[in-house]
Design a protein. Sequence first.
Length: 249
Amino acid sequence: MFDILFFSWPLLFIVLAMIRQVNQYERGILLTMGKYSRTYEPGWKILIPVFQKMIKVDIRVKAVDVPDQEAITKDNIPIRINAVIYYKVVNSEKAVLEVEDFFYAVSQLAQTTMRNSVGEVTLDELLANKKEVSEKIKTTVDRASDPWGIDVQSVELKDIVLPESLKRTIAKVAEAQREKQAVIINSEGEVEAAGNMAKAAETLSKQPGALHLRTLQSINDLSSDQSNTTVWMVPVEGLKALDALARKV
């Protein structure tokens, strides 16, 4: 009995050493004597020690933070920009056999593509069309990473950092635009008011008693104020007489 137990422990240890577990979110790439054999699905798998090796690949969606990159836009404005890229492994065999480190490769490819894409648009286009620029970066990275078994889900531009001097210039331009709009609105109001006053004057001149009634209304408005107000009454007929005299002269 003792002999059986003595020899069974090493055998049990060897069996346990041969068992490998592949989780649900993983795939196992089996290499036999250095050569690709098959891809394991989730579960317990038995490997032959020394002769076989299994490399696990996580197939969940990964979020890679693309660090700040210095880039120059099409109109020669230096900016700093960063992004985040979401991707997943759709072919575990290619992710292991076709590229040394797919995580590092995708990150470097995203950085290079982002700098190139920013250089093809102006600053105004970049700020106004961030979604279109992100989609272009996604398409380029996805096409380049297809041989690695990578599927790029999304690319999102996060922060676009402008130089401080450019921020002040943009603020001055915006302020000038607002002042220009205020002047235009004010001048349009004055033109409209002048037109209305001209129409009112024309209407009053056509009616003999209209100007007199308007004068009485103005006097009534002034008299309703509680402050001390001095009103000099000049008859309308006197104004007409002065006007006729001026014309004769």
